[in-house]
Design a protein around this ligand. Structure first.
Ligand code: ARG
Ligand code: ZN
Length: 863
């Protein structure tokens, strides 16, 4: 059944307070839920009907104002509980039994190893108790947890701890009270024999907060970095956005079985262990950065999501886009802004642009869904963050901050909409954002076509900028968008031209605001045509089409001060030579890489980004028809040539970097490792013995270096590969997260035969853990998203193996299986042969899909 934004109705009941009592046991948990209800619109006799949602609940009893209802006084039909003619104010109490142990969907109350925990967003609360499970019903929760004390000594929930004590039969209880009203999706509990690292944080308002990061005892020492990152996030949100924490405790728990990255439950964030656990021996530099970013993300939700929540799930980007923007800024402020932006844009293009140009495209605010879990997408998160970033660019930091303050003040404790947010931004800045709102409503990545004309007699250079909005499924006619476009002009000598610029669009410094389908931008007083550059820092999430000559792109790399555009020029050169066979682009790219390699003082991480050419997905995304085999071959050939031409420079720079603080975790040392490992990969192309990589795989003191070296051995099928892999596997076989990394390496080998290795993993009961989402992603997610050679095998074996697993996983965890299937989102642009294979595989899958999640994705892929 389809839910539509246009059908939104206010809730017919308010629930002021919810009293929950959970008698916890893995095999059977009893949940008593008392709700104080008030009808929004009682009928004339002051009565109203109530309809609650519930899934997989075994109902024991229902009481209204403490009177037990007889069988005829309510009805349960499917997933709904109806009670007619309730008093307009009453207390409804339900008692149900649930079975956490058998819950493999990891939604509602479930077990992760020895722990019990909940995941409620988006609609998991109804799997715990009968509920008005919608984000615009906000209640104050008091939660009593009871459990066997030896097995579950720690009992956590939202808010502040209110009471605790022993019960009989070796059981105990802890009671929690959360003073901030919240929707059910933010409810959480954790029970288990877990330990923590802890510290005290004093907020800018003087509140003393006990901050704790919990996990199974064996891993507690690996929580220290996450704890420190939490304090940085708390301080940063105060300083940059004036947002302080609002409870006396802040608990974070890391678990091994978790479908998503993490969850922002009020005062009790729950994390996939991969975004918490880290130590010098087992974590890579990228792991540390991701941990800090996700810790920040969940913490920042405390305001953007929790204090101000969502009216309905169509508004999802209101919290996710805003919070991603906030976490991106957090990382940019703490680390290298330029390098962070390059990473974000790389992800945007590889995932969101691709999503936006295929059958799964949808607006940042969708207008309908059949399964909301399928809308936690790159569009809602990443494009949503770009929309916020454009507002920040249009308004400037000061007005943006005032607008955000206004939004939080006006809607504190409420469930808001995108309109509410834009109204606050508009009021604070005095700007009309009506046209800007279309960013939330229209799917598809806009194209900005730029053409140039130079008039040597009038000394005038004129650019015509035309915006084109591609059609998307169900997208209708598109209206022009309001977007900020940064630009610059350079003369022959590489100096910026600031005078004589004019436009029919609103112009302020180096920024114009496009609103019409076509605008002009011109410079006068020029003896020759300048070099134009556009979209500094990617000022809008669009594709910019301008036919640069090779030598112009080379100049952008040399002259442009914006790191994103320098990196982008290299990406453009790479695309031109890989996908379009442009020989002059190839030469310019070879030269540009040579210059970057020689610029010894440049930011290492930046150079590493420049030397990492676009992946196959990103290249394919820019092709109307995808010649997959051609792209793969041309990309490898280009890399071979780059390595050969620059062999000496590579070697020199690798050696210089290899001696720099090999075991330091400082940002500088991490940046040096990043570049060194890009170089190692190139060097290994040139040396069939792969001796550098082999040595680094055993001798390096950091996981970053060992993994990079193993990746090179695997990629080039080096002689030392098997031994190195075995040694690594043996060292880490007890560690789920590091074994995921190992599997990720094995599964990326760019050979058709890698599929045999993957099939072997699936037969290995020690390694194949289909109930563990991280493990599923390591094996199958890697195949579908990072190994085009094996996945898209011409004989269709990749698709067959993959979709067989998708069907099996559908019975275990529908969210995971539906997500895996999205790897086929670009199938309609592949060659006819592959399209044929995929079409019949998808048609077959359609008859086997059980869950709403999977049916929805197959249906849209085939539509
Ligand atoms: N709100 C969480 C976050 O972004 C993610 C929850 C994802 N839920 C889902 N059903 N996919 O921090
Ligand atoms: Zn989020």
């Amino acid at each position: 059944s389809v839910v539509r934004l246009a059908d939104y109705r206010r809730p017919s009941w308010r629930i002021h307070e919810i009293d929950l009592c959970l008698d916890l046991e893995a095999s059977q948990t009893r949940v008593r839920c008392r709700m104080q209800l008030e009808a929004a619109e009682p009928d004339a006799s002051d009565h109203a009907a109530l309809c609650l949602q519930g899934e997989e609940l075994q109902t024991e009893s229902i009481r209204v104002d403490d009177r037990l209802l007889a069988a005829g006084e309510y009805s349960i039909v499917g997933n709904r509980l109806h009670i007619e003619r309730l008093p307009a104010r009453c207390v409804v109490e339900t008692v149900v039994l649930i079975c956490p142990q058998r819950n493999t969907r990891l939604e509602g109350l479930y077990a992760s190893g020895p722990m019990l925990l909940t995941q409620c967003e988006a609609e998991g609360f109804r799997r715990i108790t009968w509920a008005l499970d919608r984000p615009d019903v906000l209640s104050r929760y008091r939660v009593e947890l009871r459990a066997e004390k030896s097995r579950y000594p720690v009992l956590l929930s939202n808010g502040n701890r209110e009471a605790a004590g022993d019960l009989k039969d070796g059981r105990h209880f802890v009671r929690w009270f959360d003073p901030h009203p919240k929707p059910g999706y933010l409810f959480a509990i954790v029970a288990g024999d877990i330990g923590c690292v802890e510290t005290r944080f004093v907020t800018i308002e003087g509140r003393q907060v006990d901050v704790r990061v919990w996990t199974e005892h064996a891993d507690v020492a690996r929580c220290q970095y996450a704890l420190e990152a939490t304090l940085r996030a708390m301080r940063w949100d105060e300083e940059r956005f004036g947002r302080a924490y609002d409870l006396d405790e802040f608990n974070i728990v890391a678990v091994q079985y978790f479908t998503m990255g993490a969850m922002e439950n009020k005062g009790l964030n729950i994390f996939n262990a991969r975004y918490i656990l880290a130590d010098a021996d087992s974590a890579t530099d990228a792991d540390y950065e991701a941990i800090e970013a996700v810790i920040g993300h969940e913490y920042f939700h405390n305001w953007s999501g929790n204090r101000v929540t969502l009216r309905d799930w169509f508004q999802l980007s209101l919290k996710e886009g805003l919070t991603v923007f906030r976490d991106q800024e957090f990382t940019a402020d703490l680390r290298s802004r330029g390098v962070k932006r390059i990473g974000d844009v790389r992800l945007l293009r590889a995932r969101q642009f691709v999503e936006d140009s295929g059958p799964l495209a949808h607006p940042v605010r969708p207008i309908e869904y059949s399964e909301i879990n399928n809308f936690y997408t790159a569009t809602v998160y990443e494009k949503g963050a770009e929309v916020i970033r454009m507002l920040h660019t249009l308004l400037g930091e000061t007005d943006f901050r005032r607008g955000l303050d206004r939004y939080f003040a006006a809607h504190d404790g409420q469930a808001a909409t995108v309109e509410d947010f834009l109204a606050a931004m508009s009021a604070a800045s005095g700007r009309n954002l009506e046209q800007f709102k279309r960013w939330y409503e229209q799917a598809g990545t806009p194209e900005i076509q730029v053409s140039e004309q130079f008039d040597p007699d009038r000394h005038e250079y004129v650019l015509t900028l035309h915006q084109h909005l591609p059609p998307t499924p169900g997208g209708g006619i598109k209206q022009p968008l309001h977007l900020p476009l940064r630009f610059a002009f350079y003369n022959e000598a590489g100096q910026r031209i600031d005078n004589g610029v004019s436009s029919d669009a609103e112009l302020q410094g180096d920024l114009i605001e496009l609103r019409e389908p076509t605008h002009r931008l011109q410079v006068s007083g020029l003896g020759e045509a300048p070099l134009p550059t556009f979209l500094h820092s990617l000022s809008a999430p669009v594709r910019l089409k301008f036919s640069y000559r090779a030598e112009q792109l080379a100049k952008v790399v040399r002259f442009e001060s914006d790191p994103l555009l320098r990196w982008d020029a290299i990406q453009r050169l790479a695309f031109g030579c890989i996908a379009e066979g442009k020989a002059d682009y190839r030469q310019a790219l070879l030269d540009a890489c040579g210059e970057l390699l020689a610029s010894a003082d440049a930011d290492h991480a930046f150079v590493a980004e420049c030397l990492s050419l676009p992946d196959i997905t990103t290249l394919a995304d820019q092709c109307a028809e995808i010649d997959l085999d051609g792209l793969i071959k041309e990309r490898e050939d280009l890399l071979d040539e780059l390595a050969e031409v620059h062999a000496d420079a590579l070697d020199t720079r690798y050696r210089a970097l290899a001696t720099q603080q090999p075991d330091s975790l400082s940002p500088e040392a991490a940046a040096a490792r990043r570049l060194k490992n890009v170089l190692l990969h190139w060097l290994t192309r040139l040396d069939p013995t792969a001796r550098l990589a082999e040595r680094q795989s055993t001798e390096a003191p950091t996981m970053t270096d060992r993994i990079a070296a193993l990746a090179a051995l695997v990629h080039f099928d080096a002689p030392g590969k098997a031994q190195a892999l075995d040694r690594f596997a043996a060292r880490w076989h007890n560690d789920l997260l590091v074994t995921d990394k190992w599997i990720g390496l094995v599964a990326t080998r760019p050979q058709p035969e890698a599929l045999d290795d993957i099939a072997a993993l699936l037969r290995d009961p020690q390694r194949w853990l289909p109930n563990n989402p991280n493990r599923v992603r390591a094996v199958l997610g890697t195949l579908g998203r990072s190994n085009p050679v094996a996945f898209h095998r011409r004989d269709g074996a990749g698709y067959r193996l993959y979709l067989e697993q998708v069907v099996q996983l559908d019975a275990i965890n529908p969210q995971v299986s539906a997500r895996l299937l999205t790897a086929l989102e670009s199938w309609r642009r592949l060659d006819a042969e592959r399209q044929g294979l995929i079409k019949s595989a998808l048609t077959d899958l359609q008859s086997k899909a059980q869950s709403a999640d999977l049916k929805d994705v197959v249906g849209r892929l085939l539509a």
